[in-house]
Design a protein around this ligand. Structure first.
Ligand SMILES: N[C@@H](CCC(=O)N[C@@H](CSS)C(=O)NCC(=O)O)C(=O)O
Ligand SMILES: [Fe+2]
Length: 262
């Protein structure tokens, strides 16, 4: 009897191997808290993280912040893992890359694009604060976290103590903008339990995740007072994002310009 990783589901399952006969892995029927298929995928051009989340039992899956140039990879992974991709979700109208949601919809029948109503961008599903996106036994709770953009949403996966923050909170940093961002981040993200894992839309330093507690202690922008924070952000002088002129108009229509697509 060997215990081994079921790489397909990214969850540990007991599997009996006797001689050459290998029985298929049996799915464990435990609560949603213990089972999540999770992949963090990188677009190495814009340093964007795309997240693939799925319930290994029902196979229903969600992609958060796909990038158009990486859609082949993402769709192949969804197929390899035998998943039923039901939502392609954006945290906001990104300025640094073109979203892959429209292209994914073309290739995965039944998949719906999702973005906040406040963003005014085209999508199949427009979400607001308090909405939930269900996939299998899991639910993403939608929190409005404006500041970087007015339509920024963060998604909380409470059963796994995870929060997908888009550009609102970055590891040891945060998205561009000032007062509004400070208020929403403190009210909605940094007020979560300290052990909640922060999964941002980008990292420029090679880090992949943080926690609420860690950012409350070490984030040199967000640990200051509101006035100090505004001063720091004003003085950052971040360069104009390289893809912004292409990305903003494209992202208002899910990354595809053709009429009728979203
Ligand atoms: N170099 C990148 C842009 C990097 C950048 O400005 N990122 C945004 C989030 S994506 S719009 C941001 O707010 N960063 C805050 C920070 O402190 O880095 C490019 O040219 O696209
Ligand atoms: Fe952004």
């Amino acid at each position: 009897m060997y215990r081994k990783f079921n790489a397909d589901a990214n969850t540990v399952c007991a599997q009996t191997i006797s001689g050459l006969a290998q029985k298929p892995a049996r799915r464990m029927s435990t609560d949603a808290g213990s089972q999540l298929l999770f992949r963090q995928l990188l677009d190495y051009k814009s340093y964007t993280y795309t997240y693939l989340l799925a319930d290994p039992e029902s196979r229903e899956a969600v992609l958060i912040d796909p990038v158009i140039e990486m859609v082949d990879r993402d769709v192949a992974l969804v197929r390899d893992l035998g998943l039923d991709l039901i939502y392609a979700v954006n945290t906001h109208v990104h300025a640094d890359h073109v979203t892959g949601t429209g292209e994914i919809k073309k290739r995965v029948p039944g998949c719906k694009s999702v973005i906040s109503k406040v963003s005014q961008a085209k999508a199949d599903v427009h979400i607001s604060e308090g909405d939930t996106l269900k996939f299998g036994r899991h639910s993403l709770e939608c929190y409005s976290t404006p500041g970087h953009t007015d339509g920024c949403m963060s998604y909380v996966l409470r059963s796994q103590a995870m929060v997908f923050t888009g550009d609102a909170v970055l590891i040891r940093g945060c998205g561009r903008d000032a007062g509004k961002l400070y208020d929403s981040v403190h009210a909605k993200i940094l007020s979560l339990p300290r052990h909640f894992k922060i999964l941002p839309a980008h990292d420029y330093t090679g880090q992949m995740s943080s926690t609420v507690g860690e950012e409350l202690q070490h984030n040199l922008r967000l640990t200051r007072t509101r006035d100090e924070f505004i001063k720091i952000m004003k003085n950052l002088n971040l360069p104009y994002p390289k893809q912004i002129d292409r990305a903003l108009p494209a992202n208002m229509v899910c990354g595809v310009y053709e009429a009728g697509e979203s």
